[in-house]
Design a protein around this ligand. Structure first.
Ligand code: G4P
Length: 529
């Protein structure tokens, strides 16, 4: 193996997904602690200050107007070079969140043990499942009152249609949380006062038949419950199958408490054993392997700068094959032009660094003078790789946006259509209407704020916005004339290409509309592509 191959084979690139508050930030920080990327022995009490290390820097980035901290973090652990792709939560939720998953080779799904699957987990899971990437589940906050663990895994299996394999099993929860039982290692990792930061705890070998030993460790009540549950698990649970893990059909489940740094190291160790080096990608008829001897990468995210003083954009590229060198001239396939990637940089936990080189599996951010689009490819000169497209994701929040100043009609229309072209927002018009009053559709609410600020700073336009109750969009199919549709509380709109869509406030409205309109076919958004 040459040096490049060696670097590539130790890369692991995963996305971390969860509903807000499940503990994604806390878990990420613990990973970074293990990697030594945050130079600080964290502790339960030190959690707030751990977070400072990262968030202070984010604050700095915000002032500069670019927040790429949350995009990707790289750290070293036991010889592996790990890239964590964060998927922005809650307010920042946008199409970018979904696109980020296109750059990952596996996903870690964090679930709050008291809440189980929540709406955002559900949405993100769907995108991971679409790509058949391995999904690892970390059920967090066992130190608090939690739902029955059997219930939780049952919910995962039923809702997501995947098999699960609990790698460890919790012994109690909340104030009675005593630790976890490592099913394959036959060990108990006891939860105690000694969970401080980077301390590595030795687990205790445990034979479930050793009544006396177990009683000493966890008490007779917990021992009996554990034995019963492990028997049930062994009998009723799916068998472990690495092949199924690797194609996303079986999710290994880990129980722990990120805040207490409990179960995190166990997770990392097993995760690294089960994941593989960067995945190959389809490029038309061909497949590009990370070990192919040429450089290739694709743009999965473009971040416009919200700060007026810094109009630039950052394009994020996932390297698919070979080695990137900052001095080399590459080829932008869609632009048909050679180019040098300007100011390449990479995140190292709490600092952004200019980089000279990077390898397949890595994510690099480069300044984009406005030449890139999502899905574009950059590769060695003489190669013309184009990777399979990044899917379009349906908007889920809608608002009417209306221009106020008729003197600025042109700027309004130009701004709206240009921003829509970038893919940050979707614009729809009334079937007989013009561009002075449009329906804007976005994946996350924050995009409305971004739109407002960009329209103001880049096009000098302010407008009125009226939120709409719609949550689901479908394309009209079946050759039906929309004029003849019988619609109740459902909106008919058109996109730029003249395609007809319906906006629905709920699933019920979809069913109701179908029942009332014979011959109507509703297609998923994006199916026009
Ligand atoms: P997120 O990124 O998924 O949104 O979640 P984040 O890590 O910010 O965690 C959300 C809240 O849950 C935080 O509390 C965090 O301390 C807490 N938390 C995370 N992991 C655990 C855990 O294993 N056990 C317990 N008990 N709590 C956990 P917060 O109230 O927002 O912050 P703070 O007031 O604790 O600082």
């Amino acid at each position: 193996m040459n040096q490049t191959q060696n670097e590539i084979s130790r890369r692991r690139t995963f996305a971390i997904i969860s509903h807000p508050d499940a503990g994604k930030t806390t878990l990420t920080e613990k990973f970074l602690l293990y990697g030594g990327a945050i130079q600080k022995a964290g502790s339960v009490k030190g959690k707030a200050s751990d977070r400072h290390a990262v968030s202070d820097w984010m604050e700095m980035e915000k002032k500069r107007g670019i927040s790429i901290t949350s995009s990707v973090m790289q750290f070293e652990y036991e010889g592996f070079c790990i890239n964590i792709l964060d998927t922005p939560g809650h307010q920042d939720f946008s199409e970018d969140t979904y696109r980020t998953l296109m750059a990952a080779d596996s996903a870690v799904m964090v679930i709050d043990a008291a809440k189980g699957i929540e709406p955002q987990t559900r949405k993100l899971f769907k995108v991971c499942a679409m790509r058949h990437i391995p999904i690892f589940t970390f059920i967090n906050k066992l130190d608090r009152e939690a739902r029955d663990p059997f219930d939780l895994i049952d919910e995962l299996e039923k809702e997501f249609g995947i098999d699960t394999y609990p790698m460890n099993w919790p012994i109690g929860c909340g104030v009675e949380f005593q630790g976890v039982y490592d099913r394959d290692g036959h060990k108990i990792l006891a939860f105690g006062d000694s969970h401080r930061g980077r301390d590595r705890l030795a687990s205790i070998d445990c034979d479930l038949a050793d009544t006396e030993g177990l009683d000493k460790l966890i008490g007779p009540y917990a021992r009996e419950a554990l034995i019963e549950q492990v028997e049930l698990l062994d009998g009723a649970c799916f068998d472990f199958d690495l092949e199924k893990v690797r194609c996303g059909k079986l999710s290994p489940v880990f129980f722990g408490s990120a805040l207490n740094n409990f179960g995190v190291e166990f997770f990392l160790e097993h995760f690294l054993k089960m994941t593989t080096a960067p995945l190959s990608r389809r490029a038309g008829e061909d497949t590009v392997s990370p070990f192919d001897p040429f450089f290739s990468a694709f743009v999965f995210k473009i971040q416009a700068n919200m700060n007026k003083a810094h109009r630039d954009r950052i394009a994020f590229l996932r390297i698919v094959s070979g080695k990137f060198e900052s001095e080399t001239e590459y080829f932008h396939v869609q632009g048909g032009r050679p180019l040098r990637l300007s100011q390449p940089q990479q995140m190292m936990a709490d600092s952004r660094q200019g980089i000279e080189e990077a390898y397949a599996g890595d994510i690099i951010g480069v300044f984009d003078p406005g030449i890139f689009s999502i899905g574009d490819t950059v590769c060695d000169k003489g190669k013309k790789v184009t990777f399979e497209g990044i899917p379009t994701f349906a908007p889920e929040c809608f608002a009417i946006v209306e221009q106020i100043d008729s003197m600025k009609r042109k700027q309004f229309a130009k701004g709206m259509s240009q921003i829509a072209e970038e893919g940050a927002i979707r614009i729809f018009t009334e079937p007989s209407g013009g561009l002075e009053r449009v329906h804007v559709g976005v994946v996350g609410m924050l995009q409305f704020d971004v739109l407002e600020s960009r329209m103001q700073s880049e096009y000098g336009v302010t407008y009125k916005k009226y939120p709409e109750p719609y949550t689901t969009i479908r394309k009209i199919g079946g050759g039906i004339d929309p004029k003849n549709l019988r619609l109740f509380d459902v909106k008919w709109v058109k996109d730029f290409r003249g395609n007809d869509f319906l906006l629905f406030p709920s699933e019920w409205h979809i069913r109701h509309t179908l029942e009332n309109n014979e011959g109507l076919v509703l297609l998923e958004f994006g199916s026009e592509a």
